[in-house]
Ligand binder design. Structure first.
Ligand SMILES: Cc1cc2nc3c(=O)[nH]c(=O)nc-3n(C[C@H](O)[C@H](O)[C@H](O)COP(=O)(O)O)c2cc1C
Length: 278
């Protein structure tokens, strides 16, 4: 890992190969596939498999919503890493009631032993493993420091903290005050939530986090990574035409990604639908 990393957030129906490549070409150090259910992969569901395909050399972690250890072992046994593959990320941040009900997403945050076993399975296969999490399922869990307990007791390579709990939507501000205590655990922390300016990045650096992850602001302006790194930025017209060329490189990919990106690229941040995935 570099001294300080800029990561593109996983975003369902947005972060396909073309968009990840665009952001990588404009400064993102690491990208993530959208959240994919391990159960779908075990069933060899073709459309599920397509969500985790890495078709380029863009550094990418595959994000899984997973809890079954045998399924994970089975998946990893068959899995053939391609050039860009940089490890597995577990989603412990999705607050969707459907996912919570089946014990996935935020519901996994308290299951320390299970999460550790999942992480170990990934590591035993020789892969890097990270966690993307919130501050807990709700305010109560946040106040009980469920997130600190997870950080202290899980042995992942790095932890991306979306600084909201599972009942908070994007109207509430991400809570930056939690980072110093998280950093004090000695774990590698990546900050996420509302990060869209050099000032915020500098503030995060001061707090001791090792990187930032950017979601919505990158869809609106994929050149944000080079901007935040102090490099020359690229105008939206150029970005759009580069994206269109990239889309042509991946002809079998579902058109919905293209439609979503073209709708939002160049717009102002927060103009997003109700979707709150992680
Ligand atoms: C449209 C959309 C889809 C998302 N899909 C995922 C996902 O698949 N997995 C995940 O961990 N988080 C997902 N998220 C959450 C983002 O990764 C990120 O944590 C959140 O947007 C906060 O970062 P931001 O303020 O930089 O956008 C999604 C967010 C949005 C807006």
């Amino acid at each position: 890992m570099k001294d300080f990393e800029f990561m593109l957030a996983p975003m369902e129906d947005y972060t396909d190969n073309a968009f990840r490549e665009l952001c990588f070409n404009h400064g993102a150090d690491l990208t993530f596939t959208e959240m994919t259910r391990l159960t779908g992969l075990i069933r060899n569901n073709k459309s599920t498999e397509r969500r985790i395909e890495i078709l380029n050399n863009v550094p990418t972690q595959i994000q899984l919503a997973a809890k079954n250890e045998d399924h994970l072992k089975l998946f990893l046994k068959k899995f053939k890493p391609t050039e860009g593959f940089q490890g597995i990320n577990f989603n412990l941040g999705c607050p969707s009631p459907h996912l919570i009900k089946i014990g996935l997403g935020c519901a996994l945050m308290k299951r320390i032993s299970k999460v550790n076993r999942l992480v170990q399975i990934v590591k035993n296969n020789g892969f890097s493993c990270s966690i993307k999490m919130r501050l807990g399922l709700n305010q109560y869990e946040k106040e009980k420091f469920v997130y600190l307990n997870l950080l202290k007791n899980v042995d992942a390579d790095f932890f991306i903290i979306h600084a909201r709990h599972g009942k908070e939507d994007y109207e509430s501000k991400a809570d930056d005050k939690i980072y110093p205590e998280c950093v004090d655990t000695g774990k590698t922390i990546i900050a996420n939530g509302d990060i869209d300016s050099v000032e915020k990045v500098n503030y995060m650096k001061k707090l001791g986090v090792k990187g930032v992850m950017i979601g919505r602001a990158a869809v609106c302006n994929p050149s944000i990574f080079e901007q935040l790194k102090g490099h020359t930025s690229t105008d939206i017209k150029t970005l759009k035409s580069e994206y269109v060329s990239l889309i042509k490189k991946y002809p079998h990919i579902n058109n919905k990604y293209y439609v979503n990106i073209m709708k939002r690229i160049g717009s102002t941040q927060n103009a997003f639908p109700e979707q709150v995935m992680g």
